[in-house]
Design a protein around this ligand. Sequence first.
Ligand code: XUL
Ligand code: CO
Length: 439
Amino acid sequence: MNKYFPEVSKVLYEGKGSSNPLAFRYYDPQRVIGGKTMEEHLRFSMAYWHTLCAVGVDMFGSGTAVRPWENLTKPMDIAKAKAEAAFEFMSKMQIPFFCFHDVDIAPEGETLEETFKNLDEIAALFKDLMKATGIKLLWGTTNLFSHPRFMHGAATSPNADVFAYAAARVKKTMEITKDLGGQNYVFWGGREGYETLLNTDLKLELDNLARFLHMAVDYAKEIGFTGQFLIEPKPKEPTKHQYDFDVATVIGFLKTYGLDPYFKVNIEANHATLAGHTFQHELRLARVNGFLGSVDANQGDDLLGWDTDQFPTNIYTTTLAMYEILLNGGLAPGGLNFDAKVRRGSFEPIDLFYAHIAGMDSFAHGLIIANRLLESGELEDFVAQRYSSYKTGIGEKIVKGEVGFKELAEYAMANQQPKLTSGRQELLETILNKYMFAD
Ligand code: XUL
Ligand code: CO
């Protein structure tokens, strides 16, 4: 497997002192941290659409990327070359998982039958490549947003024929995902939302989205697909308002429609920031409610208000993300999928390696720091102390449900003004910095 990226051999761990740009400085797959190897903690995954399909197109210009298969012309030849290149890339990068949308892996045909035939052919090739390399499928998903037929949505389209068409596509991708041993299946509602309420039956659209997801759950049971279903929240882009706005909205939706036993969330860092939250906020909210399933690892740009899908390099962010993931007991069967693309100016094939090394090292470094922080207990102890009034006396009675407004009013009248303590934010930020820069 040295056909598409001959300039790079296997990327290995060389330690933080290394100045080799094609080596890991922190990601040491077999290093044990807190009882698990880094590989087991991090469960890195390559996003097929960005790494194999994105070519650097933006609103103002055509693609810039140089890719090893660009001289091929027949769509199925290109699809096969991309599949082989993907597995060469992941093997060289030591990436154990990948994720795809149906349209990433095979060209759409004139008819659904032809589209499905193309998918089956590439899925069979994937099966061989997966067997040869040991690389696994983290999740599959269906692209229900790029083609013009989905301009008004898929499960939330006003047109029932589009709803049916979308179901046929999801059914097929779910079958392929099952066949390839996929560990999860993702629903990201790219166009499940609205542009204006003037033309929208919001109630019917939400009911239909729930109907669609219930059908997916039923079909999974029917075919014996046991992977975890995930919803990926995003507040906007491409639609002005998306129904899966953020984690809180998704949890409310799932509970309203009785879907909560079957779904968890796939949290993307840049989607969190688009929703006006930090990545850690979304991870925390999902974690404490039992919905943290998987992560799309990327980052946005502080100065840009859209989904830039950059490779994650901010170690404060990766540390606080790994802090939540460790407290979650890990992500499995989910993982850390690099839903990230190289910048338009990073057009050479080798930039794909530099980008993934940057992301993997940033998360590995974050894992090391987060584990140290947790082992020290400094933050946990502070938080426990801050809420200690709920452990005894009136606080304990509140938590146990032993008092109501009447008893609380009596208590308040019998007591002096509450005595408050400092939140110590700056001290805590200094403690975080102490662990950040300990190595
Ligand atoms: C879009 C996005 C998608 C999903 C899968 O913002 O994140 O690529 O991850 O459809
Ligand atoms: Co994503």
